[in-house]
Design a protein around this ligand. Structure first.
Ligand code: BGC
Length: 347
């Protein structure tokens, strides 16, 4: 079965793997059709959180994607994550730690917001010793990439050098876990028919996008997994906070929103991606990983009817046509490409 699926999708999968700078893990689905399946027995994940998500969304046997050789790119952007801090330039052939490079002289940077020791950030190494590669209290320090190395007490980015050490803007040493809810619907005409794209002749999907306040880029309304939180809850909570402004609406309305979106988020989602994200905030010692799940409103009368209202980290929110020309934050465009393929939509 897995073999058949792999064969059927191999060109697209290889292309997507390259786009994702090394998509390391299976794209697994339930409901409509599995792209590549995975199981709760995935050897890469031991946390409660992920066991939950894998049993919910992926019930088939595990098959890992071939890892791409393409190195991370946004993680080496010359100016670090929208600050004025300049990364030490790392050419493609020096990204891997296995390449000895005595001249490597990365800049050390911890953003003042992180150094202030907010509750979402770890203290400095030295004053505490996190349990890397394990669930450390409530904090999940395991990686989708498998066991990562720890050198001189600091975890090493599994995708290689970034030109910057310490945590930068990220709170956790090692993996920082996020979750991305991709909420979609079809674009309908006035008569309720699906609108086809003039060139591809495929139906157009729309997804809920937010404009991030930190960098001004359009993105999926995702967010960080709180310590001890199930990913399924993070997905719903982040969507409610950022796209429906649930933190600010009156309690009576909040209950209505909750009821409406719980239905959608309980429906079988399509697990689009889980793994390392080529995020501009990544450093040699801290990096982003995410689980992206697609929740699709086929009839267009569940979430589509809720008034979108930007909240929390989002400056704006709107339904956006899924289209390869729309630029998105970090690896989000690659996630949308996978969704479009899964739903046989225009890309
Ligand atoms: C965002 C997610 C994103 C992740 C990795 C988080 O801050 O909320 O949408 O996928 O970072 O880039």
């Amino acid at each position: 079965m897995v073999h058949f699926l792999l064969r059927r999708n191999w060109i697209g999968q290889i292309r997507l793997a390259l786009t994702l700078f090394g998509l390391p893990f299976p794209v697994c689905a339930s409901g409509v059709r599995p792209a590549i399946s995975c199981s709760p027995a995935s050897p890469f994940r031991t946390s409660q959180t992920l066991r939950y998500i894998t049993t919910s969304y992926c019930n088939q046997s595990f098959q890992a994607m071939p890892s791409s050789a393409a190195p991370h790119v946004k993680s080496r952007s010359p100016l670090y994550g929208g600050t004025k801090v300049k990364r030490f330039p790392v050419p493609d052939d020096k990204v891997m730690w296995s390449q000895t490079w005595p001249q490597y002289s990365p800049v050390s940077y911890t953003d003042p917001a992180v150094a202030k020791k907010p509750q979402w950030a770890d203290p400095d190494i030295g004053s505490f010793s996190p349990k890397f590669n394990s669930i450390d209290g409530g904090v999940d320090r395991t990686s989708f990439e498998g066991n990562y190395k720890v050198e001189k007490g600091k975890p090493l980015n599994p995708r290689g050098r970034t030109g910057l050490t310490d945590r930068g803007l990220l709170g956790r040493w090692g993996p920082n876990h996020a979750a991305d809810p991709i909420v979609t619907r079809w674009k309908f005409d006035a008569k309720g028919g699906k609108i086809l794209h003039s060139v591809s002749k495929r139906p157009i999907l729309q997804f809920v996008a937010i404009k991030r306040k930190d960098c001004g880029e359009w993105a999926i309304p995702g967010g960080m997994v709180d310590p001890g939180e199930h990913v399924s809850l993070t997905l719903q909570r982040e969507f409610s906070e950022e796209a429906l402004n649930s933190l600010m609406v009156p309690a009576s309305e909040r209950a209505k929103i909750h009821e409406r979106i719980t239905k959608l988020f309980k429906s079988p989602g399509f697990q689009v991606y889980k793994g390392y994200v080529d995020d501009p905030r990544n450093t040699d010692n801290a990096w982003m990983e995410t689980v992206a799940i697609n929740f699709h409103d086929e009839s267009g009368n569940s979430v589509s009817e809720l008034p979108l209202q930007a909240g929390d980290d989002a400056g704006q929110v709107k339904w956006v046509d899924v289209d390869s020309s729309f630029p998105l934050y970090a690896s989000h465009s690659s996630f949308l490409e996978l969704v479009a393929k899964e739903r046989k939509a225009h890309w």
